[in-house]
Design a protein around this ligand. Structure first.
Ligand SMILES: Nc1nc2c(ncn2[C@@H]2O[C@H](COP(=O)(O)OP(=O)(O)OP(=O)(O)O)[C@@H](O)[C@H]2O)c(=O)[nH]1
Length: 370
């Protein structure tokens, strides 16, 4: 125990008062069951219980930062008529009171019966007590996994006090209780953080599994899922689904002539144009594979699908002017039946593209679904 050499406290064998012990056990139960947002209130109640017992003037919790450079007053209770200091005691540099910090680290407690009698070596700490008109104080350390993380303490403004063992024991009880609460909430906060990281990693993984890395469009896997969903949805609503397959013309030649990288850029360029042209709510643009793209337009009839395909022929040429790329487009527009499968829809729209290629490319062909 750290004691002022000029004023050795005379500890009595007074037992912890029953009412205090009862109150503390009740608070302890509350703290164990408290949700993080309620814990603050319970910690302050514990400080109040400590303060009201034996008429203390101020009770508080300070926490050190991880590098022991600063400490901050996180919780405070003050008696009626006593000035609160919590606001101003944030990020207090520990180097300003080396004696206090060294004593706390060495002994796990600092007991000051009379601040007037503190030795000169207590320097900055003594000045601080006198500045705040604190006549007497006591603090005990809070340890988390063996590491000093802060302390719980109390001040007496109006009187000096020969603190006894029971006083220290009571304060230690409250300090342990608050430490356990802080420990539990830190663990829970860490757990929530990890859960959130895991959730977003899983979401990203799921997204990546359905995403084409070159263009950022959904890939064939994602398209298969989306097509199955749209077929069911349009069947239920008895509305038309238009499916457009867009295939770049003579793409192999472009690769051969300008290189694979230029080919990649052209694919990205077409992908961007398709995304721009088909961004109505519910529309899906996918890279189906190689130089083929697929578009799903729910609730769109054949006439509108043809208009949009015609516009697309023009805009693709514009967007890839440098490479003079054209595309061939196959279209099917139909109300899905109960037994329409994604494979069948793809097979039919693929035939339409094939026909567009045969018709000389840079055009669209719509095939009826019957
Ligand atoms: N640069 C690049 N090329 C790709 C990629 N995926 C597939 N290809 C190439 O795309 C070309 C597709 O060519 P084909 O299917 O023969 O068709 P095409 O040359 O476009 O001819 P038509 O469709 O008949 O007009 C192949 O040469 C593939 O190697 C890719 O990610 N990047």
């Amino acid at each position: 125990m750290t004691q002022n050499p000029d004023a050795t406290p005379s500890y009595s064998s007074r037992e912890t008062s029953e009412s205090f012990a009862y109150l503390i056990s009740e608070l302890s139960t509350n703290l164990i069951n408290a949700a993080p947002e309620e814990a603050e209130v319970h910690i302050e109640k514990a400080l109040a219980a400590l303060g009201c017992n034996d008429r203390k003037d101020r009770c508080y919790v300070f926490l050190f930062d991880d590098s022991y450079k600063q400490m901050s007053n996180t919780h405070e209770w003050v008696n009626r008529g006593i000035t609160a200091h919590k606001e101003e005691l944030q990020n207090v540099p520990l180097e300003a009171m080396p004696w206090f910090f060294a004593s706390m680290r060495a002994d796990g407690q600092v007991v000051v019966p009379s601040s007037q009698n503190l030795p000169d070596v207590a320097g900055g700490f003594k000045d601080e007590l006198l500045r705040e008109s604190i006549q007497s104080m006591m603090a005990v350390g809070m340890y988390l996994e063996g590491r000093l993380i802060g302390f719980v303490g109390c001040d007496l403004v109006q009187r000096a006090c020969d603190w006894n063992e029971q006083d220290v024991r009571q304060m230690q009880l409250v300090a342990d209780m608050i430490t356990n609460t802080i420990a539990r909430h830190r663990t829970e906060a860490k757990l929530h953080e990890l859960q959130a990281e895991l959730r977003s990693a899983n979401e990203r993984l799921a997204q990546l599994a359905n995403e084409d890395s070159l263009t950022g469009l959904i890939n064939r896997r994602g398209l298969d899922l989306a097509l199955a969903t749209e077929l069911r949805r349009m069947q239920r609503k008895q509305e038309q689904l238009s499916v457009l397959m867009v295939d770049i013309d003579h793409f192999k030649e472009l690769n051969d002539r300008q290189g694979h990288l230029a080919g990649d850029v052209a694919l990205q360029c077409v992908a961007t144009e398709l995304s721009r042209a088909f961004k109505r709510s519910g529309e899906v643009v996918a890279r189906y594979g190689g130089d083929e793209f697929l578009i799903l337009s729910p609730s769109m009839n054949a006439e509108e699908a043809e208009q949009r395909a015609a516009a697309l022929l023009g805009s693709v040429r514009c967007c890839t002017k440098a490479s003079e790329i054209t595309v061939s487009i196959g279209i099917i527009s139909f109300i899905p039946g109960i037994d329409t499968t994604p494979e069948e829809a793809i097979r039919r729209v693929d035939k339409a593209v094939y026909q567009a290629k045969n018709n000389g490319r840079n055009c669209f062909v719509r095939r009826s679904y019957e």
